[in-house]
Design a protein around this ligand. Structure first.
Ligand code: PLP
Length: 224
């Protein structure tokens, strides 16, 4: 039980050369574990469930950057909008419109990543490349002045086939390269969130600059 300090130090070393950000995924884990990792210098934490996040957030230091990495329902955006640092899993224009609405209400610009469907599995949420292209047109972007589109997030297939995982990450990196070199009005595509406990080294090799790691830091989960 508790946090794995050895893994934490090793992961930080692995991330150094890519200058990648570690998001510690603390879903289902107690606030005491989050506080322990915070005390070792970690500031970026990721949660999957709105209710769990809104319960934990007031109990922990105010300078934590909270990442929402789960599937976000439109009617729940309002609960995390006041404090969330980055929403990773934006997978529909409807959700983007709701985030815009909440950002306008609060007078803040909410940073988001567009989730891109790269896995072969049907169950994973996300846009495909042509939908991303439609969304990143200047006339569409101009409707979202309270949203900052900061990059892309993707999840590879759940498979032991490393070659397939690498190919899926490479696909997302290609998309990222296209848009990060583009001059988009009011937005800068600069974050590529890919890689979890079991595939983060492959993700880094393919150009990830943000990894979301849970079980290596906090131990296995009973659920989620
Ligand atoms: C749970 C989760 C993670 C972390 O998974 P681990 O395998 O525990 O590292 C990363 N990203 C998303 C979207 C998740 O839901």
């Amino acid at each position: 039980m508790g946090i794995n300090i050895e893994n934490f130090e090793r992961i930080k070393k692995d991330l150094e050369s890519s200058n990648a950000t570690l998001v510690a995924v603390s879903k289902t884990k107690p606030v005491s574990d989050i506080q322990d990792l915070y005390n070792l210098g970690q500031r970026d934490f990721g949660e999957n469930y709105v209710q769990e996040l809104t319960e934990k957030q007031p109990l922990l230091p105010a300078d934590i950057r909270w990442h929402f990495i789960g599937h976000l329902q439109t009617n729940k955006v309002k609960y995390i909008a006041p404090f969330v640092y980055l929403i990773h899993g934006v997978d529909s224009e409807k959700l983007l419109r709701e985030i815009e609405k909440q950002g306008a209400r609060l007078g803040r610009k909410i940073k988001v990543l567009l989730q891109v469907h790269i896995a072969s599995e049907e169950t994973k949420f996300g846009f495909d490349a042509s939908e991303i292209n439609q969304l990143l047109q200047p006339e569409v972007l101009s409707k979202f002045s309270h949203v900052e589109l900061a990059g892309f997030m993707g999840m590879a297939s759940f498979t032991v086939n490393q070659e397939q995982v690498e190919q899926e990450f490479a696909l997302l990196k290609t998309l990222f390269d296209t848009y990060s070199h583009m001059d988009l009005p009011q937005n800068k595509i600069s974050i590529l969130s890919m890689g979890m406990s079991n595939d983060y080294m492959l993700a880094l090799k393919q150009g990830s600059n943000m990894v979301r790691i849970g079980s290596l830091l906090f131990g296995a989960r009973d659920k989620g």
